[in-house]
Design a protein around this ligand. Structure first.
Ligand code: HSE
Length: 292
């Protein structure tokens, strides 16, 4: 029988929490794995799966190999089936899902006994930053920080009243391009602005106190730079400010946008949908809840 692992999509940053906050969503990739005597068989099924490799360069396999290396043991061969629902290069953590799925599956397959913290460190090493892999591994909202090999985190559930109206455009944006768009330095005032907002956001979400969430979402470290990368994002971003639509964020590195639905913002969601319709892009809009 094949062993199954299900990994959620993740929304990193959540506005001001650049590289340190992320939320798991109820959209999943699934891996099925079994040990073979020898060889490597990979089946890629589902969304955006056409371009995925069918050899050892597959990110899931590279992540599995990282576990075999860490544990010092490996199976004879592997049969892997990857069923994807998370769109690729859209800012919803598809690479984090492959990494975490591969690590967890490999650990189960060889009974590696790596614990959560050890799996998290391997995931951070492979991904480069913790904000997608941590919630992909742990579920919920995860706040994380640290150095290589020493990641600290606090996890708490996504409040039931919080959902995201997630708008996925039919264009891709690589994380590296979206990171290159960021400045080398920022004004001190902008850094202070974000520290306050990020701290406020975490406290508000933990207490499920929505009164300050819209104010807390205001980011000056990445979204103003990234929105300029695509005319449609720029238009929506500028217009949302003019119209006072504050619950709008770029999901991860983009280009997916998310409007956070909570008691205060539900009535304004049509304004967001209307802004999407003003652009030439095609947007797939999903109402997603947290994965806890
Ligand atoms: N924090 C990362 C970024 C998440 O915004 O670049 C995307 O991988």
């Amino acid at each position: 029988a094949m062993m199954r692992v299900r990994v959620p999509a993740t929304m990193a940053n959540i506005g001001p929490g650049f590289d340190c906050m992320g939320m798991a969503l109820n959209l999943y990739n699934e891996l099925e794995v079994e040990e073979l005597e020898s060889g490597l068989i990979i089946e890629n099924i589902g969304r955006d799966s056409e371009g995925l490799p069918t050899d050892e360069t597959h990110l899931v396999v590279r992540s599995m190999q990282r576990v075999f290396e860490a544990v010092g043991r490996k199976p004879g061969g592997i049969h892997l089936r990857v069923t994807t629902a998370i769109p690729v290069s859209r800012g919803l953590g598809s690479s984090a899902a492959c990494i975490v799925g591969g690590l967890v599956a490999a650990n189960e397959l060889i009974r590696g006994n790596l614990n959560r913290q050890e799996l998290l460190e391997l995931a951070v090493e492979l991904e480069g930053h913790p904000d997608n892999v941590a919630p992909a591994l742990l579920g919920g909202i995860v706040v994380s920080a640290g150095e290589a090999g020493d990641t600290s985190y606090i996890r708490f559930p996504v409040p039931a009243e919080l959902q995201t109206l997630t708008a996925i455009p039919n264009i891709e944006l690589s994380t590296s391009a979206a990171r290159q768009a960021l400045p080398k330095e920022v004004p001190y005032a902008d850094a202070v602005h974000n520290v306050g907002r990020a701290a406020l956001l975490v406290a508000a979400l933990m207490q499920e106190n929505y009164t300050v969430v819209e104010k807390a979402l205001d980011d000056r470290l990445h979204q103003p730079y990234r929105s300029r990368l695509l005319p449609s994002l720029d238009h929506i971003y500028q217009q949302s400010r003019t119209k006072g639509l504050k619950a709008l964020i770029i999901s991860g590195a983009g280009p997916t946008l998310a409007y956070l639905l909570m008691p205060q913002t539900r009535d304004s969601q049509q304004i967001f949908l209307d802004l999407l319709a003003e652009t030439p892009e095609e947007w797939e809009v999903l109402t997603l809840s947290g994965d806890n």
